[in-house]
Design a protein around this ligand. Structure first.
Ligand SMILES: Nc1ncnc2c1ncn2[C@@H]1O[C@H](COP(=O)(O)OP(=O)(O)OP(=O)(O)O)[C@@H](O)[C@H]1O
Ligand SMILES: [Mg+2]
Length: 290
């Protein structure tokens, strides 16, 4: 965990936010947009999948969603666009030498209501975990997305598997954090670092940030050890554990590979039903925390 910024630096940061937006960093100061960061330091636990499921369920429900890919691996981007189609990407919002032109970076996908702010390997230099607060770059997303947030019901930030500058930028621009994890012996390991990051951002940059919950993903129903760990995680996290559990299903992989959304690919499938249940629980949790 890096040291937090010195008090003088924090004051400056907060003043900048007041000047530009009239409130501390967050994309939702005056509208009903729900901005959620999907974050875990572990790789392959379903962070990207959560954003993709939300996109699918929002599309089916007629809601408007912006998915922001903050991972230089660009997996979420690849679920919607071919690599050659990505000419400009999200790293441009972090360029202190230019005014961010978020409008020109947002891509409308072929799915009604689903927009994407794409990523590419060009984001890699910003995926730094040390001294991320030495500049104000972690406020770039809140600043830029504020301009467009009232167009969306949801804004989802897909983070890399690290607590890096881009992950902190997502936390500064969100009201909620979802931590996807697996029901495994190591499932909860490292989540205390995410909780500490949330607290730091709450205290210094974005007081409205809240942990929405822990979402068990890639759950293999028939594996008894997963059943045991699911029960343990529920006991450990209590109400913060999502009721919805995302099972490991081939249908998800198939739809992602086809660059399709579940609501189009297999609308009557169990996989699609679970995506819709997830959206309903996210909506209920957001309302409860509001
Ligand atoms: N519930 C699921 N059923 C089947 N496959 C899944 C499921 N969830 C995720 N996957 C697949 O598992 C892989 C890892 O999932 P995902 O990319 O969401 O993890 P991640 O936490 O974002 O990983 P990274 O840290 O590398 O960004 C992907 O190929 C994804 O399509
Ligand atoms: Mg990912």
């Amino acid at each position: 965990m890096p040291n937090i910024a010195a008090p003088s630096q924090l004051t400056r940061v907060i003043c900048i936010c007041h000047l530009h937006r009239g409130s501390v960093a967050s994309v939702d100061s005056a509208n009903t947009t729900t901005a959620i960061t999907s974050l875990n330091r572990k790789g392959g636990v379903g962070k990207t999948h959560f954003c993709w499921l939300m996109a699918s369920a929002c599309h089916a429900a007629g809601l408007r969603i912006l998915i922001v890919d903050l991972d230089p691996q660009a997996n979420l981007t690849g679920s919607f666009l071919a690599e050659d189609d990505v000419t400009r990407s999200v790293e441009q919002l972090f360029d202190p030498s230019t005014e961010p032109d978020v409008e020109s970076l947002i891509v409308s996908t072929e799915f009604e209501g689903v927009d994407l702010l794409p990523s590419s390997s060009r984001l890699e230099p910003l995926n730094i975990s040390d001294n991320w607060h030495d500049s104000d770059l972690h406020l770039s997303l809140a600043e830029a997305l504020h301009q467009v947030s009232n167009r969306y019901d949801y804004i989802l930030f897909d983070c890399p598997p690290s607590l890096s500058l881009v992950s902190y930028a997502a936390l500064c621009a969100s009201q909620h954090v979802v931590i996807p994890l697996e029901a495994a012996r190591w499932g909860a390991l490292g989540t205390q670092h995410i909780a500490a990051a949330i607290e730091l951002v709450q205290q210094h940059y974005n007081p409205r940030l809240r942990l929405m919950g822990y979402l068990v993903s890639r759950y293999k129903t028939r594996r008894s050890y997963q059943q045991t760990y699911l029960a343990e995680l529920r006991k450990h996290f209590g109400d913060l554990a999502f009721e919805t559990v995302i099972p490991d299903l081939a249908e998800y992989e198939k739809a992602v590979t086809d660059r399709n959304l579940l609501s189009n690919h297999s609308p009557s499938s169990r996989a699609n039903k679970i995506a819709n249940e997830l959206l309903a629980e996210v909506q209920a949790r957001a309302q409860k925390l509001a």
